[in-house]
Design a protein around this ligand. Sequence first.
Ligand code: NDP
Length: 343
Amino acid sequence: MTDTYLTYDELHTLLAGVLQAGGYNAAHAAAIAHTMSKAERDQCRSHGIYRLAGVLKSRHAGLADGNNAPVIHDPADKPITKIDACGEFAPLASEQGLPLLAAKARRYGIAALAINNCLHLAALWPEVEALANQGLGALAMCPSNAYVAPAGGIRKLFGTNPLAFAWPTGDSRPYVFDFATSVIARGEIELYRLDNKPLPDGWGIDRDGQPSNDAAAVLDGGALLPFGGYKGSAIATMIELLAAVWIGDLLSSESSEADGGRGLAPRHGELIIAIDPTAFGAADHEIHTRVLLDAIRDQGARLPSQRRYAARAAAATQGIPISADNLAKLRRMEKGELDIELH
Ligand code: NDP
């Protein structure tokens, strides 16, 4: 069906309306709707309206309350801030925590924000990009549910553990990457199963720990593999150590255990670190950064987020494309008809 084009504000208002119809208060609905609207605007569809069903289901199942305000612990004499999301989705805690984190990074040179006890289905780039747009470097990471086996291992242990990094460039397009540490997103394996297609080599193992090209065997009792073999495995381990052990929250395996097979949103923590690029006295960091990024582009290589920024520029002129079918469904959901699948 033909796409309809919405402005960012139109899409955000619509999604916030659906979330409020699903029981989220205005503050949570607005914050979650911003993360989804940004993903739709930048053509990162895996984290756009596709995630509404999971967010609504989590509230319906009583996992999220939808009304709990984040509880902030922000000691003035330490470069750390802790926010208890009180079991809610992360965006509202993140929205409230990022300004505190940025202020501390400027004061101390480096600072960390732990969001504890949150539900997480979002992409991480909006957070690190927002910090880089304020002139700060940033790293964000979180566990998820256990879907990935360690390299050389035989069963799932890690989450798909995303890692995002951003660095200011002096213009409105900071250097940003954001990806899962699994060889491929879990949703992709699901698509191979639906299409009855064999998986490429090296994506997963079956329940006996044997390499498998069978999507169903990988999803049902088997495991995905980390990207880059032992290197991705080590990065996934680091994320479990920093964004679970260090901040006092759940490992991916513990999040899965708490879910008990219900398939709801993972519940764990998230770590965001912000860095003042001038902390070591580098006065020319923007020029130096541009030398590096220009050298990458001059070879014909593309920078991460280049595709995303191009999609955003297109959305600014022509609007954000939504299929007429999905738009009609969203309008019905806004009126309280919530049990609808979007695609
Ligand atoms: P991809 O493998 O698609 O990689 C995405 C990153 O790599 C983007 O920064 C992208 O830039 C960049 N990139 C892609 N192709 C190239 C290329 N040819 N040259 C240079 N850079 C490139 O992402 P994933 O599927 O691993 O992850 C997608 C999203 O899922 C992430 O946003 C992540 O945060 C999220 N996620 C969230 C989880 C959670 O529990 N909350 C769990 C796992 C993932 P561009 O955008 O411009 O294409």
